[in-house]
Design a protein around this ligand. Structure first.
Ligand code: MG
Length: 160
Protein backbone atom coordinates (compact mmCIF):
# COMPACT_ATOMS: atom_id res chain seq x y z
CA UNK A 1 0.00 0.00 0.00
CA UNK A 2 1.00 3.60 -0.59
CA UNK A 3 0.90 6.09 2.25
CA UNK A 4 1.48 9.85 2.43
CA UNK A 5 2.81 12.06 5.21
CA UNK A 6 3.24 15.78 5.71
CA UNK A 7 5.81 17.74 7.67
CA UNK A 8 6.28 21.37 8.67
CA UNK A 9 9.03 23.16 10.54
CA UNK A 10 10.29 26.65 11.36
CA UNK A 11 13.61 27.85 12.75
CA UNK A 12 14.50 31.42 13.61
CA UNK A 13 17.60 33.15 12.29
CA UNK A 14 20.54 33.46 14.69
CA UNK A 15 23.90 35.16 14.35
CA UNK A 16 27.08 33.19 14.50
CA UNK A 17 25.73 29.96 13.08
CA UNK A 18 26.12 28.40 9.63
CA UNK A 19 23.00 28.26 7.45
CA UNK A 20 22.44 24.63 6.48
CA UNK A 21 19.50 23.62 4.28
CA UNK A 22 19.18 20.14 2.82
CA UNK A 23 22.68 19.42 4.09
CA UNK A 24 24.12 22.32 2.04
CA UNK A 25 25.95 25.17 3.80
CA UNK A 26 24.70 28.40 2.24
CA UNK A 27 26.68 31.62 2.64
CA UNK A 28 24.59 34.12 4.63
CA UNK A 29 24.91 36.65 7.46
CA UNK A 30 22.78 34.42 9.73
CA UNK A 31 22.25 30.73 10.31
CA UNK A 32 19.28 29.05 11.98
CA UNK A 33 18.94 28.55 15.71
CA UNK A 34 18.54 25.02 16.99
CA UNK A 35 20.03 22.15 18.91
CA UNK A 36 21.10 20.12 15.88
CA UNK A 37 22.35 21.88 12.73
CA UNK A 38 18.81 23.41 12.58
CA UNK A 39 18.29 22.18 9.00
CA UNK A 40 14.64 23.15 8.76
CA UNK A 41 14.21 21.42 5.39
CA UNK A 42 15.51 18.08 6.63
CA UNK A 43 13.31 18.35 9.71
CA UNK A 44 10.15 18.89 7.66
CA UNK A 45 11.08 15.98 5.38
CA UNK A 46 11.83 13.66 8.30
CA UNK A 47 8.46 14.51 9.85
CA UNK A 48 6.72 13.79 6.54
CA UNK A 49 8.37 10.35 6.36
CA UNK A 50 7.52 9.60 10.00
CA UNK A 51 3.94 10.78 9.45
CA UNK A 52 3.48 8.50 6.45
CA UNK A 53 4.04 5.44 8.63
CA UNK A 54 2.05 6.78 11.57
CA UNK A 55 5.10 7.38 13.74
CA UNK A 56 5.43 10.24 16.21
CA UNK A 57 7.36 13.37 15.22
CA UNK A 58 11.09 14.00 15.20
CA UNK A 59 10.89 15.72 18.59
CA UNK A 60 9.93 12.32 19.97
CA UNK A 61 12.44 10.25 18.01
CA UNK A 62 15.31 12.75 18.26
CA UNK A 63 14.77 14.73 21.48
CA UNK A 64 16.42 18.14 21.88
CA UNK A 65 18.04 17.08 25.15
CA UNK A 66 19.85 14.12 23.57
CA UNK A 67 23.58 15.03 23.45
CA UNK A 68 23.96 12.81 20.38
CA UNK A 69 21.79 15.26 18.42
CA UNK A 70 23.94 18.31 19.18
CA UNK A 71 25.62 19.47 16.00
CA UNK A 72 24.52 16.34 14.15
CA UNK A 73 23.79 16.65 10.43
CA UNK A 74 20.04 16.54 10.03
CA UNK A 75 20.54 14.40 6.94
CA UNK A 76 21.14 11.67 9.53
CA UNK A 77 17.68 12.36 10.97
CA UNK A 78 16.20 11.93 7.47
CA UNK A 79 18.21 8.74 7.07
CA UNK A 80 16.95 7.36 10.38
CA UNK A 81 13.34 8.20 9.49
CA UNK A 82 13.77 6.26 6.24
CA UNK A 83 15.29 3.37 8.21
CA UNK A 84 12.06 3.15 10.23
CA UNK A 85 10.22 2.73 6.93
CA UNK A 86 12.69 0.04 5.85
CA UNK A 87 12.22 -1.72 9.19
CA UNK A 88 8.58 -2.24 8.21
CA UNK A 89 9.68 -3.68 4.85
CA UNK A 90 8.81 -0.48 3.05
CA UNK A 91 10.56 2.24 1.10
CA UNK A 92 10.27 5.94 0.47
CA UNK A 93 8.94 6.51 -3.06
CA UNK A 94 9.32 10.26 -3.29
CA UNK A 95 9.42 13.41 -1.27
CA UNK A 96 8.41 16.93 -2.16
CA UNK A 97 9.18 20.07 -0.22
CA UNK A 98 9.03 23.84 -0.24
CA UNK A 99 11.22 26.33 1.60
CA UNK A 100 9.83 29.73 2.54
CA UNK A 101 12.66 32.23 2.96
CA UNK A 102 12.86 35.93 2.25
CA UNK A 103 16.66 35.70 2.33
CA UNK A 104 19.09 34.43 1.16
CA UNK A 105 18.54 33.35 -2.44
CA UNK A 106 17.89 29.61 -2.29
CA UNK A 107 17.55 28.75 -5.99
CA UNK A 108 21.30 28.39 -6.72
CA UNK A 109 21.51 25.64 -4.07
CA UNK A 110 18.42 23.57 -4.90
CA UNK A 111 20.23 21.01 -7.05
CA UNK A 112 22.83 20.36 -4.34
CA UNK A 113 20.09 19.89 -1.74
CA UNK A 114 18.22 17.48 -4.00
CA UNK A 115 21.39 15.48 -4.60
CA UNK A 116 22.06 15.25 -0.84
CA UNK A 117 18.51 14.14 -0.06
CA UNK A 118 18.39 11.63 -2.92
CA UNK A 119 21.66 10.07 -1.77
CA UNK A 120 20.50 9.99 1.85
CA UNK A 121 17.21 8.32 0.94
CA UNK A 122 18.68 6.07 -1.76
CA UNK A 123 16.19 7.29 -4.37
CA UNK A 124 16.70 9.01 -7.75
CA UNK A 125 17.09 12.80 -7.78
CA UNK A 126 13.96 12.94 -9.96
CA UNK A 127 11.97 11.60 -6.99
CA UNK A 128 13.07 14.49 -4.76
CA UNK A 129 11.33 17.86 -4.96
CA UNK A 130 12.87 20.90 -3.31
CA UNK A 131 11.38 24.27 -4.14
CA UNK A 132 11.73 27.73 -2.66
CA UNK A 133 9.66 30.87 -2.44
CA UNK A 134 9.78 34.18 -0.64
CA UNK A 135 6.83 35.18 1.52
CA UNK A 136 6.23 38.45 -0.33
CA UNK A 137 7.57 40.27 2.76
CA UNK A 138 4.55 39.08 4.78
CA UNK A 139 4.66 37.63 8.28
CA UNK A 140 7.67 36.27 10.18
CA UNK A 141 9.29 34.93 7.03
CA UNK A 142 8.77 38.24 5.29
CA UNK A 143 10.32 40.08 8.24
CA UNK A 144 13.38 37.85 7.85
CA UNK A 145 12.96 36.38 11.30
CA UNK A 146 13.41 32.80 10.16
CA UNK A 147 12.85 30.13 7.53
CA UNK A 148 9.90 27.74 7.24
CA UNK A 149 9.69 24.46 5.35
CA UNK A 150 6.93 22.03 4.45
CA UNK A 151 7.22 18.59 2.93
CA UNK A 152 5.31 15.53 1.82
CA UNK A 153 6.56 11.97 1.61
CA UNK A 154 5.10 8.99 -0.20
CA UNK A 155 5.92 5.59 1.21
CA UNK A 156 5.24 2.08 -0.05
CA UNK A 157 4.63 -0.60 2.57
CA UNK A 158 3.92 -4.29 2.06
CA UNK A 159 0.17 -5.08 2.14
CA UNK A 160 -0.86 -6.31 5.57
MG1 MG B 1 13.33 21.68 13.53
Amino acid sequence: MNLTGIGYDVHRFAEGRPLILGGVEIPHSHGLDGHSDADVLCHAIADAILGAIGERDIGHHFPNNDPAIRGMSSLEIVRKAAELVAAEGGRVINIDSSLMAEVPKIAPHLDAMKANLAATLGIPVRRVGVKATTNERLGFVGRREGIAAMATASVELPDQ
